[in-house]
Design a protein around this ligand. Structure first.
Ligand code: MLT
Length: 203
């Protein structure tokens, strides 16, 4: 997968797996990563699917309607890619924290829904429920930050609550942050993610 890797300043710090929104690239979330965890390494990936020229991490049939077969295929593709990248660059595969926005948050959510050991934690900015009707792995103690907007036209508050319940039922420690805006990433939400990250992964 197209990507960029930067080694972290602190060897014990997590590697952030950066996952952009629809139409983004591997460059989009570098500033966000810098704000949340400046000492962390970064593996930033570009989605392999193109929708009218816009990179995404999996296909959709319409806005908010996912191509589930492709989602499952792409989730495994990303999982395998992170394994291979850890070998290639020599970072600790068990110390990877995803930071995703929108479509990127949805594939990060799908990693959590499908694999027990994919992520040590996750920052999900405006995620949806990636897939329904699957049994989640044991996510005991996996910390997850969810940033949501009360007026998000793409992800309703009900869907955010549903996601929260599914993750919590699998044992994840979910912190939900509500902003009073829509689907966009706000400064408040970034501040909340940064404080959450420091409390979970800071030294
Ligand atoms: C998705 O397709 O993953 C969601 O609708 C969010 C987005 O627009 O990317």
């Amino acid at each position: 997968m197209k990507h960029l890797y930067r080694q972290g300043a602190a060897p014990s710090a997590p590697t952030l797996l950066l996952l952009h929104g629809t139409g983004g690239t591997e460059h989009d979330l570098l500033k966000l990563a810098e704000m949340i965890a400046p000492e962390a390494g970064v593996l930033s990936v570009r989605g392999n699917v193109l929708e009218n020229g816009m990179p995404r991490f999996f296909r959709r049939l319409a806005e908010g309607v996912f191509d589930i077969e492709d989602l499952i295929f792409r989730t495994k593709e990303l999982y395998d890619f992170v394994d291979a990248a850890a070998e290639r660059y020599g970072f600790d595969r068990r110390n990877v924290v995803a930071v995703g926005y929108s479509n990127g948050a949805n594939i990060a959510g799908s990693l959590l829904f499908h694999y027990k050991d994919a992520l040590k934690g996750a920052v999900l900015h405006h995620p949806m429920v990636p897939i329904r009707g699957v049994k989640l792995p044991d996510l005991s103690g996996v910390p997850v930050f969810v940033g949501a907007g009360v007026n998000d036209p793409i992800c309703s508050p009900q869907e955010t609550e549903e996601l929260n319940k599914l993750l919590a039922a699998a044992g994840a420690e979910v912190e939900l942050h509500w902003g009073n805006r829509g689907h966009q990433l706000t400064g408040d939400e970034v501040e909340a993610a940064k404080a959450w990250y420091a409390s979970r992964f800071g030294r």
